[in-house]
Design a protein around this ligand. Structure first.
Ligand code: ITT
Length: 195
């Protein structure tokens, strides 16, 4: 089975990507190979995913898969967006970010939002034809957190069609329908069709 490196330090993402890639690829996480992270200096999800994939591939000489993702809230003009992981402060916990968002949404009744995921695959650090997929997942921001699955903003992301938050979904269900699940599914179809 082909070996690839997951270019992420986020354990929530590692858990989900591992589950989705099982049987297709032998997956190593960049933390396990002591990959040094680089600053995400891009101005879009795609730019940041490319930066992370190239960095991991350069240091390990392995094909790399990177995900840059975040939550875009319509009433906040798309914030926190690419700054989702560091919304409250650099190195913030999920709880701190969720609390800041709830506070900023306190006086908003219009609560539509979507998660966005840019997924990038490169064969090596100089790959001039990366596979790039971007997908969205629509929902609404709840007024308080509920549910214990998932990570990040899952406890405040309400899914009308399921009448629950994404932290209340079984992991297998979230992986089928989420921004990350959709992006990886499309990326895998592309990858497997060219191999
Ligand atoms: P890496 O850069 O190492 O991959 P990160 O957590 O810094 O880890 P991002 O810059 O892509 O990753 O930020 C993504 C943030 O968006 C993440 O920390 C969550 O707060 C949020 N997020 C992304 N996908 C999510 C999901 O499926 N459920 C809940 N929150 C999510």
């Amino acid at each position: 089975m082909k070996k690839i490196i997951l270019a992420t330090g986020n354990l929530g993402k590692v858990r989900e990507l591992n589950a989705m890639l099982k049987g297709h690829y032998s997956v190593v996480s960049q933390k396990d190979l002591q990959v040094k992270e680089v600053p995400e200096t891009g101005t879009s999800f795609i730019e940041n995913a490319l930066i992370k994939a190239r960095n991991a591939s350069l240091q390990t000489k392995l094909p790399a898969l990177a995900d840059d993702s975040g939550l875009e809230v319509e009433a906040l003009d798309g914030k926190p967006g690419i700054y989702s992981a560091r919304y409250s402060r650099e190195g913030a916990s999920d709880e701190e970010n969720v609390n800041k968002l709830l506070l900023n949404m306190e006086h908003h009744n219009y609560r539509k939002a979507h998660f966005c995921c840019a997924m990038v695959y490169i064969n090596d650090a100089e790959d001039a034809n990366p596979i790039i997929i971007e997908r969205r997942w629509e929902g609404e921001i709840l007024r308080e957190p509920i549910g214990a699955n998932g990570f990040g903003y899952d406890p405040i992301f309400y899914l009308k069609g399921y009448s629950c938050s994404s932290a209340q979904l079984e992991p297998e269900v979230k992986n089928k329908i989420s921004h990350r699940g959709q992006a990886l599914n499309d990326l895998l179809s592309k990858l497997l069709s060219v191999e």
